[in-house]
Ligand binder design. Structure first.
Ligand code: SF4
Length: 511
C-alpha cells in the first residue's frame, strides 16, 4: 500500500496492496482565510485515506471552482493552482476508488449545476444501495422526458450518483434536498458538500466512517479525522453525529437529524486505518493500539528476547506488548520513509533476487535472538511471510508473530478495499495453517472481544463485519454490489446513467 505518510506496513512488498481506505474529506467555511490552502493542508493530513486522486472546490459566494487531478495531494496542487482558487468556503477530497474506476472523471469533488445554484461534493465511504438509487434516478429521468442538467451523472461513482440525486430537486435548496435524499441512502457515507455560500457535512445513520467538526478563529472546519484539524490549527469541537446534517454559513452552524442514529463505527479504523494521532469517539487511536498490544501480550504470551514492530503501523501494538510482557522493545526493521513516492516497481527477476525496496533488517539487533514480531493485521499473508523469511536470513533464532486484530475473514462493503474473500488467507486456512504458510514458530491473534474492550466502545455500536461476518447494514444481492456497477458497459438499469456531456461549468480540472 502506498501511503504518502509512510505510516503503514501492508505495502512492504512491491506490488502488494494492503487495506485501502475509501477517501479522506475536508471542508472549511472561513471568510478572510486562504481556504484553498487550508484545504490543501487538511488533505495532506488525510493523504493516507486515499492516494489515487485529489481535488478542491472553492466558492466566493458567486461561483464554485473545482480543480482535481489524478495523483497525490502534493502532485496535484502547486502554489499557482492554490492561488487561483480564491473564496471563503472550500471542500477537498483525497480518493481511493470503491465504486467507480480510478479515472479522472471519478475524481472528487464532484460538481454540477442545480436549479438554485451549484453543488460540489466529496464522499468517504461506499453506498450499498447504489443500484436501487441509480434505478430510481433513471426512472425519474425517463418520466420527466428530458435530462435536466442536475440529473445527468457524468461518471460512474456512487458519489456522482449522490450529487445527481441532491441536484435533481428543482425549486428547493440543497439543504432541503439533502433532508429528502440522505434518508434514502444506505451504507457508509461521510460527506462534505457545498453550494455557492454554504458548507454542509453529513454522516450516515451508522456513522461507519468518522467525521468531525472543528473551530477556527474565523470559521469552521469539517474533516475525516481530528489529525486534520490539528494540522490547520483548528480545535476539535465535536463528532458529527450518525444521521446528522450540518450546514455552516454566515448564520453559524445549523444542525438537523435526517435519520435516527444507529451507531456502528468501523472497528478497523482503530486497528489500522486512522492516523495514530487521531481521536475516534473521543479516544486516542495511538493509546488504543498500545492497549491492544498490552492485551495481546496477556492473551498470548511467549518467551522471547525482543519485541519488534512491523513499521510503522505495528509499532504502537509492539510498544504495548513490550510493556505488558517485560520483553525489551527494539527496532529490528528499517523502513524507507520515501517508499510511497516511487511508482517504479522492480521486475520479477529483481524481486526473485530479494530486492528490499521497502524494508531492511538490522542484523546486529536480530542475530541469535528469539523475536516477537507485532503487526496490526494479516490480509493475504504475503507481507508477513516475506518478513519472517527476512528475519531468519538475518539470523533470528525464533520468530513469533502476534497480530493486534482478529483474523480478517470477510470483505468490507462499507468503503475499505481489503481483497476478495478468496484472497483473504484467514478465509480458507486455520491459524496453524497460516502459521505454517508464513513460516513462523508461533502465530496468535488478539480475540475480538479483547480488541473491542480496548476501544471503550460498546460491541453493539461497532461494525466488526470483516472479523465476524455480521454486516450491520443490509447488503443487496452480490451482482448489485461492486466497483464497476455503474460503468458504461454495465447493462443493468444503473447503466442508464452513463456518461453524457460534462456539466462541469466553472471547473478547472483537465481530463
Ligand atoms: S467490515 Fe471491517 S473495515 Fe468494513 S466497516 Fe466493518 S469493521 Fe470496518
Amino acid at each position: 500500500m502506498t501511503r504518502g505518510d509512510g505510516l503503514l506496513s501492508h505495502d512492504l512488498l512491491p506490488g502488494e496492496k494492503g487495506p485501502q481506505d475509501a477517501c479522506g474529506v475536508f471542508g472549511v467555511w472561513a471568510p478572510g482565510e486562504e481556504v484553498a490552502k487550508l484545504t490543501y493542508f487538511g488533505l495532506y493530513a488525510l493523504q493516507h485515506r486515499g492516494q489515487e486522486s485529489a481535488g478542491i472546490a472553492v466558492s466566493d459566494g458567486r461561483q464554485i471552482l473545482v480543480y482535481k487531478e489524478m495523483g497525490l495531494v502534493s502532485q496535484v496542487f502547486n502554489e499557482a493552482t492554490l492561488e487561483s482558487l480564491s473564496g471563503y468556503l472550500a471542500i477537498g477530497h483525497a480518493r481511493y476508488s470503491t465504486t467507480g474506476a480510478s479515472v479522472w472523471e471519478n475524481a472528487q469533488p464532484t460538481f454540477r449545476r442545480t436549479a438554485t445554484g451549484n453543488i460540489a461534493l466529496g464522499h468517504n465511504g461506499n453506498l450499498t444501495n447504489t443500484a436501487e438509487l441509480a434505478e430510481r434516478l433513471a426512472a425519474q429521468v425517463a418520466e420527466s422526458g428530458e435530462l435536466p442538467l442536475g440529473q445527468m451523472p457524468t461518471s460512474s461513482s456512487d458519489t456522482e450518483l449522490m450529487t445527481a440525486l441532491l441536484a435533481a430537486h428543482p425549486g428547493i435548496s440543497i439543504e432541503e434536498a439533502a433532508m429528502i435524499e440522505l434518508p434514502k441512502m444506505r451504507g457508509a457515507f461521510s460527506l462534505v458538500f457545498m453550494d455557492d455560500d454554504t458548507l454542509y457535512a453529513a454522516r450516515d445513520p451508522q456513522g461507519i466512517r468518522p467525521l468531525v467538526l472543528g473551530k477556527l478563529e474565523t470559521g469552521w472546519v469539517v474533516a475525516s479525522e481530528t489529525a486534520a484539524l490539528d494540522i490547520v490549527g483548528a480545535t476539535f469541537s465535536r463528532d458529527i453525529q450518525p444521521g446528522e446534517l450540518i450546514a455552516i454559513d454566515s448564520n453559524g452552524v445549523r444542525t438537523q437529524t435526517f435519520a435516527a442514529a444507529e451507531p456502528k463505527a468501523c472497528l478497523f479504523e482503530y486497528v489500522y486505518l486512522a492516523r495514530p494521532d487521531t481521536a475516534l469517539d473521543g479516544q486516542s487511536v495511538h493509546a488504543t493500539r498500545v492497549e491492544v498490544g498490552q492485551r495481546l501480550a496477556r492473551e498470548h504470551p511467549v518467551e522471547a528476547d525482543l519485541v519488534i514492530p512491523v513499521p510503522e503501523s505495528g509499532t504502537p501494538g509492539a510498544v504495548g506488548y513490550a510493556q505488558a510482557s517485560g520483553i525489551p522493545f527494539a527496532q529490528g526493521l528499517v523502513k524507507n520513509a520515501y517508499v510511497g513516492r516511487t511508482f517504479i516497481s522492480p521486475s520479477q527477476t529483481l524481486r526473485q533476487r530479494g530486492i528490499r525496496l521497502k524494508l531492511n533488517p538490522l542484523r546486529e539487533v536480530i542475530e541469535g535472538k528469539r523475536l516477537v514480531i507485532v503487526d496490526d493485521s494479516i490480509v493475504r499473508g504475503n507481507t508477513q511471510r516475506a518478513i519472517v523469511k527476512m528475519l531468519r536470513e538475518a539470523g533470528a533464532k525464533e520468530v513469533h508473530v502476534r497480530i493486534s486484530s482478529p483474523p480478517v475473514k470477510w470483505p468490507c462493503f462499507y468503503g475499505i478495499d481489503f481483497a476478495t474473500r478468496a484472497e483473504l488467507i484467514a478465509n480458507n486456512q486455520t491459524i496453524d495453517e497460516i502459521r505454517e504458510s508464513i513460516g513462523a514458530d508461533s502465530l496468535h491473534y488478539i480475540s475480538l472481544d479483547n480488541l473491542i474492550e480496548a476501544t471503550n466502545v460498546k460491541k453493539d455500536n461497532l461494525c466488526r463485519a470483516c472479523f465476524d461476518g455480521v454486516y450491520p447494514v443490509e447488503l443487496p444481492e452480490p451482482e448489485l454490489l461492486g466497483k464497476y456497477l455503474l460503468e458504461d458497459d454495465d447493462p443493468t438499469p444503473a447503466g442508464l446513467i452513463t456518461s453524457t456531456a460534462p456539466a462541469v461549468i466553472g471547473a478547472m480540472g483537465q481530463p
